[in-house]
Ligand binder design. Structure first.
Ligand code: T4K
Length: 369
């Protein structure tokens, strides 16, 4: 097999479907600034997610920065170091201080007990991450937030399409940010959204993403530019029609991986969460050298040699990044450190052939004893 297989591959509608969706733009010449496709996608997302309030953004990162700013947070924000750079950078770039809680070994989401220990009079919010699409312990986190008067803003970048007891992940906390990047289960090429409880945030977020413009002759906030354009929104409108099929294909791939890799000593897969409808966004596998007989690096290199681009999402921990390591120590979050040093996310996307999964698993299994 000599084709290269990467960790993911963007889902796309047929060219014909996309062309039909963007055809009216050649009539209207309205390409951005909350046009018809933008409105269509916003409505479709409200329906799909079962929420009242959705605001679209140019990407998930800007969405997160905007909502942190709109909530007017101060001081310290408790989050996880086991995430993509965006989460922690958004907090820092808004002048807030990230404080790192540890994660749970069963699903790598933030550990509520660890959050509780880190709360100080300066804490204003918690930014948990539904990492790989695994839902955080939302009830325990809300309980902590209510007892201490904290805001909860979920980084739900990975969790589009995930539901708990039939309810979408968009409803938890004060707000949730979704990423619609090309690499996500649902993509708008680049894009993102914030879903939130308090409708008062709706004008605020729309103004923040449009330079803070509040009327034809006034600018009330020092806003930026984070508007989703019509071509991206049109891609979202098309991709949303196929989302259920995409997730169903991912489910088959997930099952195939589990058939090959489940039960092998030293290979840790995350169990499905009770009551949760997953989106199969990623295929994270943890390799424990003592029992498996090979390290994560051994497996990574063996796959690379065969043209398979697995990724070390999320290594290093954010607390070990050059821009943070003089202030933090990753030894303070031992579980996150342990996982980060052993995890490999294997290729996962709707069009990945089951024979390719067999091939990938063969290479992985041959690395062990
Ligand atoms: N919070 C969390 C927890 C996140 O994971 C992310 C983003 C964010 C916040 C911020 O959301 P955005 O602002 O991005 O909306 C990728 C993505 O760029 C990033 O969106 C994502 N998380 C992160 C986990 O992964 P890279 O640097 O690993 O991407 P890259 O370019 O190496 O692509 C990975 C693979 O995807 C490639 O090997 C092939 C495939 N691919 C990539 C692109 C760009 C495609 O098939 N099509 C494409 O267009 O960050």
């Amino acid at each position: 097999m000599n084709k290269r297989i990467l960790v993911t591959r963007s889902s796309m509608p047929s060219l014909e479907e996309y062309v039909e969706e963007i055809r009216p733009l050649w009539e209207s010449h309205w390409l951005t600034n909350m046009g018809a496709e933008h409105q269509k996608l916003e409505m479709a997302l409200k329906e799909r997610l079962g929420v009242q309030n959705v605001v679209l953004f140019t990407n998930g990162h800007s969405a997160l920065e905007c909502v942190l700013e709109a909530l007017d947070l101060r001081g310290e924000v408790i989050t996880t170091p086991f995430t993509f750079a965006s989460t922690v950078n958004a907090i820092s770039r808004k002048g807030l201080t990230p404080v790192f809680a540890d994660v749970k070994l069963e699903d790598y989401t933030i550990d509520p007990a660890s959050i509780e220990r880190l709360i100080t009079p300066r804490t204003s919010a918690i930014v948990p991450v539904h990492v790989y699409g695994n839902l955080c312990d939302v009830d325990a986190i809300q309980d902590i937030a209510d007892r201490h008067g904290l805001k909860v803003i979920y980084d739900a970048a990975h969790a589009f399409g995930v539901k708990r007891d039939g309810v979408s992940a968009a409803v938890f906390g004060d707000a949730s940010m979704f990423s619609f990047h090309a690499t996500k289960v649902f993509n708008t090429i680049e894009g993102g959204a914030v879903c939130f409880k308090d409708s008062a945030l709706y004008p605020l977020l729309n103004q923040w993403k449009n330079f803070g413009i509040t009327g034809p002759e006034d600018v009330e906030y020092v806003g930026g530019n984070a508007k989703m354009n019509e071509f991206c929104a049109a891609m979202g409108v098309c991709n949303l029609r196929h989302l259920d099929d995409e997730i169903a294909k991912r489910e088959q791939i997930d099952e195939r991986y589990r058939e090959w890799l489940g039960g092998i000593p030293g290979i840790k897969l995350i169990d499905h969460q009770a009551g949760v409808l997953p989106n199969h966004a990623y295929m994270p596998v943890v390799f424990d050298e003592q029992r498996f007989g090979a390290t994560r690096e051994d497996v990574f290199n063996a796959l690379e040699k065969e043209g398979i681009g697995a990724r070390k999402y999320f290594y290093p921990l954010a607390s070990d990044y050059a821009c943070y390591r003089s202030v933090y120590s990753s030894t303070a979050t031992p579980v996150a450190k342990w996982v980060s040093e052993r995890v490999l996310t294997l290729p996962m996307y709707a069009d990945l052939a089951l024979e390719d999964v067999d091939h990938i698993c063969g290479i992985v299994r041959r690395c062990g004893r």
